[in-house]
Design a protein around this ligand. Structure first.
Ligand SMILES: [Zn+2]
Length: 318
């Protein structure tokens, strides 16, 4: 029987998702921190009170959403080595933000958003990214071979461009790819390394599902809340996709633009970031309706299609 080789911490965030978890892995004689909590005064106070930084050797990040990497810079300044996936380092490099914004504008144009709204949305995204300090010294996760801790990592992207799952002992630290009762929208992102630039969250989700089997045998340390069962979390998520797609299916099938559908879903005077989140959702469901077989095949492959068959067929056959 193995003893518990991690410590779990939960800290409030200023975001709708609610509190976020981060973890300290006991690697003896040092600790490894996975995720940092958000960039907020409250979060810094919590860390200073509860965490002994002298024992931490590495900070590893699951994905660069602000609730997970917000305090990277703060922690790096304590002499702790920070590791982030290469795609996130490229994305958050200050020199690349303007390029990213250009491609985001193109994407929103293709969704038929009006020009003034596009400017407001992308400026909000840029401002938001720039408020979170990025560490001057950061290591590319994929280029590092950890010799003093038996930890493995693999990309499980779809929720973001670069979700990483860390495997340590019989634990999998999964960030936001598996949550209990929270439907996390896969956000529109720009992959500067790809030809298409616009990250295809839907295809990524279908590909990542195929790797979920590996997680069945692990204890999950999730980014929010608690996940006891991988299959249940996947079923919950796919149910969310099916139900939400069903609600806008008529518009998607009748060639309404992503802008038109997003405006129908959103409340009047929604803040610009809400447009960004909802448009991301609509795009994801549009891609699903364009190629539902991809999702069905992945679900069959990991043995979960039977649980979703009735709902799945009611969404794509009527
Ligand atoms: Zn999160």
């Amino acid at each position: 029987m193995s003893f518990k080789r991690f410590l779990k911490y939960t800290v409030a965030t200023p975001y709708p998702v609610g509190p976020v978890n981060f973890y300290l892995l006991k690697a003896d004689p040092f600790l490894v921190m996975v995720d940092s909590g958000p960039f907020s005064r409250q979060s810094i106070e919590y860390l200073e009170k509860n965490v002994d930084f002298r024992k931490i050797k590495y900070l590893l990040i699951t994905h660069c959403h602000p609730d997970h990497y917000g305090l990277c810079d703060y922690i790096s300044k304590k002499g702790i080595e920070v590791f982030i996936s290469e795609k996130d380092i490229i994305k958050l490099n200050n020199n690349n933000i303007d390029k990213e914004i250009g491609y985001l504008k193109d994407a929103f144009s293709s969704f038929e958003f009006p020009e003034n709204l596009i400017s407001n949305i992308v400026n909000s995204i840029a401002e938001f990214e720039k408020t979170i300090p990025f560490p001057a010294k950061v290591n590319i996760l994929e280029k590092h071979d950890f010799k003093d801790i038996e930890i493995e990592f693999e990309p499980y992207s779809y929720h973001s461009l670069s979700d990483i799952v860390y495997f340590y002992d019989n634990y999998a630290i999964t960030g936001d790819i598996l949550l209990n009762g929270i439907f996390q929208t896969p956000l529109i992102e720009i992959d500067l390394n790809s030809d298409k630039k616009l990250f295809d969250n839907y295809s990524a989700f279908c590909n990542t599902l195929l790797k979920m089997k590996k997680l069945y045998g692990y204890n999950i340390l999730a980014g929010h809340g608690k996940v006891d069962n991988v299959k249940e979390a996947v079923i919950f998520y796919v149910n969310g996709i099916l139900e939400r797609t069903f609600r806008i299916k008529y518009f998607l099938e009748n060639s309404f633009s992503i802008y038109e559908i997003t405006s129908k879903i959103l409340e009047q005077n929604a803040v610009f970031l809400r447009y960004y989140i909802k448009a991301s959702e609509v795009l994801f469901f549009k891609n699903f309706l364009n190629d539902p077989a991809k999702l069905r095949n992945s679900l069959i492959e990991i043995g979960l299609f039977e649980h979703l068959k009735t709902k799945f067929e009611s969404v794509i056959s009527c």
